[in-house]
Design a protein around this ligand. Sequence first.
Ligand code: GDP
Ligand code: ZN
Length: 465
Amino acid sequence: MPTDTIAAIATAPGRGGVGVVRVSGRALADLIAAIAGRGLLPRQATRVDFLDAAGHAIDSGLALYFPGPNSYTGEDVVEWQGHGGPVILQLLLARCLDLGARLAEPGEFTRRAFENGKLDLAQAEAVADLIDAATATAARSAVRSLQGEFSGEIHRLVGELTELRALTEATLDFPDEEIDFLQSADAFGRLDRLRQRLEAVFARAQQGKLLQSGASVVLVGQPNVGKSSLLNRLAGDELAIVTPIAGTTRDAVRSHLQLDGVPINIIDTAGLRETDDEVEQIGIERSWREIERADLALLLADAQHGLGAAEQAILDRLPPELPRLLIINKIDLAGLPAGRRNATEPPGTAAQDGGDSRRADLPFLAGARLFLSAKTGEGIDALRREILAIIGWNASEDIFIARERHLRALHDAASHIDLAHAQLPRLELFAEELRLAQQRLGSITGEVSADDLLGEIFGRFCIGK
Ligand code: GDP
Ligand code: ZN
């Protein structure tokens, strides 16, 4: 456990009304006395001058002192709230460093909170996910995880596993009664209920993962079919409240929007052209790597031309396993009705065709799923619903944010429970599978966690958190 004092500017870089320098350590009385020129009462805002080594004021602001263990990190914490200018904050930070603190690493405050038992690992991750939340829905679900809803579910599962393990161990000491155990303790029944519970938690976590990392959608189609128009339509008013992720704002290839609160990252392949510009080339290569991992490709075609060889050539360039949705745009020009059609049905037979006979006469539209107009907006809601269905979103109120790491652990735990089931009535092997299931669940909340995992998780935080 580290004992040194850490300090960092906790507010975002740049200028703002207020800026905060945060300090955490085992004993901060001397540092506080040096900067504030006096002691501070716990948990009270005190107006002070922040003094430099010569006793001159660097700034005048508020000091907040939280003696450990009742603080964010569990150690003594002091927050200096000054004016939000980069020079002032740097001077204030330098003063803390002069007084023996060292610069905090990214996420180090939260890592200390975890190590001092103030937060478990899933809650600590939720802190970062809350700060990074791309939509209001994602933020709400991160708060739910931060308040311990996800961890609570995990603890209940672990509790049931612990009980079942204890029963099994007790029976192993009395080998003659093994069959009794299986019946009286209802091992099969318990295991089945546990499995169902795990399934439900997995489904919720899967939704949370969608809110955490968003879905990635590739937009493809010939020039002028209406890709940019469709993007603008999909973004609608929502674009205004979606915060661009740092570093991608000048990237013309990517757009960020939200559908029903789910962050959607759209890559417009129109921008992925051959180029001699090295920087652009790097961006394009990165986009193609992203396409490999995308969740969905939207192929757009013009109703006046339909799907032809050019569209086929585009489809052939996409990763074969990437789900794709064939969309006919500009129905307003072709006089076609909007809506969704099942691609397996012969053209013109589906009810949603609206009985339009012309469509049946257009064989080149076979295979298209959605008919819409980016210009008039007709059919756009159906597209939104279709995208959400394909990426697996079921809007619900009780989602907690989750990460890929959690999904893997839940999945592994489920496999061990299935293996445990298959081992009955061999109790030693049964018990071992239960132990492994419990271990995987415990990794979510950090009951057992390797140092490199912690480094990976906290290293992605911003400095000062
Ligand atoms: P992109 O090259 O695929 O991005 O296509 P754009 O979005 O730039 O659209 C090309 C042209 O088609 C523009 O003049 C758009 O206004 C027009 N357009 C796009 N969608 C529609 C539509 O649904 N109906 C009509 N009538 N015109 C459209
Ligand atoms: Zn375009």
